[in-house]
Every structure is written in C-alpha cells, then in structure tokens.
Design a protein. Structure first.
Length: 425
C-alpha cells in the first residue's frame, strides 16, 4: 500500500502519525445533544458493538433481556443520520450513526451530527482506532457500570481528511470489505456444511451402526427407518427415574443448552443470565455427575444431556438418575438429531416458546439400544470422525478470525491515513 508524502504527529500514542494536511478536531465540533420524547409508537432501536444502530427484535428473548416498559413515551426519538451512543457500553464500541428512525432508551445519548460525509464518520468512529478513546473517557467502579459523560464525549478527538479524500476512503473500504465479507460468508457456509455433516455422521452411527453388512429390520419410526436386526428398542422409562434433591444452594449453578448439553453457568455473564436467578438457591435441584438433565421448556430444541458436573439447576428442570452403563453412548445418541424430533413430538403448549414436556411423555420416548460392545465401538468411531471434522471447522474459524482482523486493520489504516487510498493522478 502507498503512503502519503508527508506526515505529522497526531498526539495520540496508538494512532501515531497522520497525513500532514489532515485536521484533528474534537467531537464537540460535530455533535449536539438532542432529547425528543413522546414518540412511543416508533420502532424500538438499540446499539451494539457489532453492528452499531439496529432495529430491535421485540420478539427475541435473547435481544430483550433488558427491561422494556409498556409505556415508551419517555424513550428518545432517533432520526436517520443521528449519532447514537449507549453510554454504559460505549467503551465496547456500542455507538454509531443511525440508518433508521425510531426510539432508544432514555439512558442513551442522541446527537445531531454536523458532518457532510456521515458514512465516513460512521466507518471511522466505529473503527478500532477510536474505541480506545471511549474506553479512556468512560469512568466507573466496575467495568459493566462504566459511564461516558456528555462533556467527555465531546472531548474525544476526530481525524478529518479533506472531503474528497473522505469519499475516496469510503469507496475504497466498501470495495475491499465487501470482498472480505464475501470470503468470510463462504467460510461460514463451509462451517455450516461441516457441522451438518458431523451431525449426520453421529445420527447415522447411533441408529444404524457402523457395520454396513449387518442384517436390518424396520424400526417403526419413519425418520429413522431400518436399524440392525439384533438391536433393541426400549422406552426411556427403562433407564430414567426422577430425583428432586434440594437444599444445596452453595453448589455451582448449571444450565442446559442445545449446543453443549449441561454446562457450568457463567454467573458473571449478562448474556447467559438474562433469566432471573433468585438470591436464595436452596430450592434449586441438585445434579450429580452422570445425571440426565432436561430443560423441559426447551427440550424440543435439544436442551438436555448427561451431566459431567455436580451442581444445581432451576427447579423447573427435570433431573433423572440414569441406569445405563455406557453413559457416553447414551449422551451422544440422545443428543443426536435422530432423537430431538421425539422431544418435539412429545412437547405440548399453546405457543412454541411455552411448550412443555410432561414427565410421562419423557419416559415414553423410545431409545435404540445396541449391544454394549457395539456401543463402545460406535463411541470410538464417532470420536474419530468428529475429531477430523472439528479440525476442518477449527481451521475455517481461524481463517475467519484472520480475515476479520485484516478487515479491522485495513479500516483503521485507511481512516487514520497510514495508507494512501487516493487514486493515482
């Protein structure tokens, strides 16, 4: 990449030198605060570090773990082209120029933006060159309670190229980042295909075995089809018995996810803890290693598994003793795509997010049982196969990380003048 002919010190350690003809001005030259309320009928917006200003999905529990009042008339109006800052999370990069009209929390800052090329401003201010300013100017006792004052925001410096160069930088970055994003999307599709292949390998092995010459019989289950002739089909009542031991609130908190089964819950993570957790956990159920645990409201998604931990779970979960010798096989099989449809079929409710699995229905779910020696062979086969697939997935993820890092570096270099993207005369 070309460089500019001459540079000057920016006065900012992590930015270094900038082109000599560029200006450095503070955000007070471009921002003025506005606070217009009484538009509670507008769409709800939010600000994320990943995407800046977004339209909030009011149906998503994941997006809406923060409380939203029924009366939104006190929320602030945002118009297209205004600069919006989540002042409690600005140090993470949660700010941006809005492409939408809507409303945001009254705790956000909303600013009119007096700069001609708002696209350049948004790309630059959201780059990693500027996030450290928002970190530096945020204060608080705890990181998750840091706050950015209105005065501090306006004191943040901003590097201003000439207007024609701003547009050239925007066009250059649009072209380059589009190509990079396309590569990333291709890698993400590759990962999805590999994940599907892994799930298909597991589902086939636990229901059809690994001996292609084995005589087969009809399983009586449409989506499974034939199974080896010498395998048994039994219901889960043969292996599960419910237990409900409470009074162990001092144990670590566990949860159950569709992606990973039983996990240790990160009590420091707001993302993991948008569901209410009481101060008194004595009513939570004890889980011991080897227990089968089911989130009965989300079992239809695959949120269940054999626990590798001792801890406690919500009293709304089912905890079961598991009478099955090869618990590793049981966990792999029951969490495969062959069994999730049973949990969907046996869950009932008015709305999908309120479906419930009854204790009797759970015990009626069929389970295909190979001989014990074959169970272990299947476990070893799956471990070998999935290890190979996981290696390809890890390689693809590393490539994505490298592409994302290069994308960020390219943006930083362009908006701070480390590279000269202007067309050659």
């Amino acid at each position: 990449m070309r460089r500019y002919d001459s540079y000057k010190d920016s006065g900012v350690a992590w930015i270094g030198e900038i082109p000599e003809h560029w200006e450095i001005r503070s955000l007070r030259n471009f921002l003025s605060y506005v606070s217009i309320k009484g538009h509670g009928d507008k769409q709800l917006l939010s600000v994320t570090r990943e995407n800046g200003v977004i339209v909030r999905n009011v149906e998503s529990k994941e997006e809406n773990h923060n409380f939203v009042p029924d009366d939104l008339s006190g929320y602030k109006l945002v118009e297209e082209g205004q600069f919006v800052i989540n002042k409690m999370k600005s140090w993470q990069g949660s700010y941006g120029v809005s492409s939408y009209t809507g409303i945001v929390s009254p705790a956000y800052y909303v600013c009119n933006l007096r700069i001609e090329n708002k696209r350049f401003f948004n790309i630059a201010i959201r780059s990693k060159s500027y996030v450290p300013f928002f970190t530096q100017y945020s204060k608080g006792i705890r990181v998750d309670q840091w706050d950015l004052s209105p005065i501090a925001l306006k004191n943040i410096p901003f590097i201003v190229p000439p207007l024609d160069e701003q547009q050239n930088i925007v066009e250059f970055l649009d072209e380059k980042t589009t190509k990079i994003d396309t590569y990333i999307q291709e890698k993400e599709k590759e990962i999805c295909s590999l994940e599907e292949l892994k799930q298909a390998e597991i589902a086939f092995a636990v229901t059809h075995g690994i001996n292609p010459d084995a005589p087969m019989k009809d399983s009586g289950i449409a989506w499974i089809g034939e199974i080896p002739e010498h395998w048994e089909i039994r219901s889960l009542r043969n292996f599960l018995s419910y237990v409900s031991i409470k009074g162990h609130g001092d144990k670590q908190l566990l949860s159950v996810t569709r992606e990973n089964g039983v996990i240790v819950r990160n009590v420091e993570s707001k993302e993991e803890n948008h569901n209410f957790v009481p101060d008194d956990l004595s009513g939570y159920k004890l889980v011991e290693e080897g227990h089968f645990v089911i989130n009965k409201m989300k079992s239809w998604q695959g949120s269940y598994g054999v626990s590798s931990y001792t801890g406690i779970v919500s009293p709304a979960y089912y905890v079961c003793n598991l009478r099955f010798e090869n618990k590793r096989f049981f966990n792999i099989a029951i969490r495969s795509k062959s069994y999730v449809p049973f949990f969907t079929q046996y869950s009932k409710g008015i709305r999908v997010d309120q479906w419930d699995l009854s204790p009797i229905a759970l015990k009626n779910i069929p389970f295909i049982v190979p001989p014990l020696d074959e169970q272990q062979q299947i476990v070893e086969y799956i471990q070998q196969k999935t290890a190979q697939i996981d290696k390809y997935i890890a390689d693809a993820k590393r490539q994505i990380d490298s592409l994302k890092e290069y994308r960020q570096r390219l943006i930083c270099d362009a908006v701070t003048g480390r590279i000269n993207v202007q067309p050659k005369l």
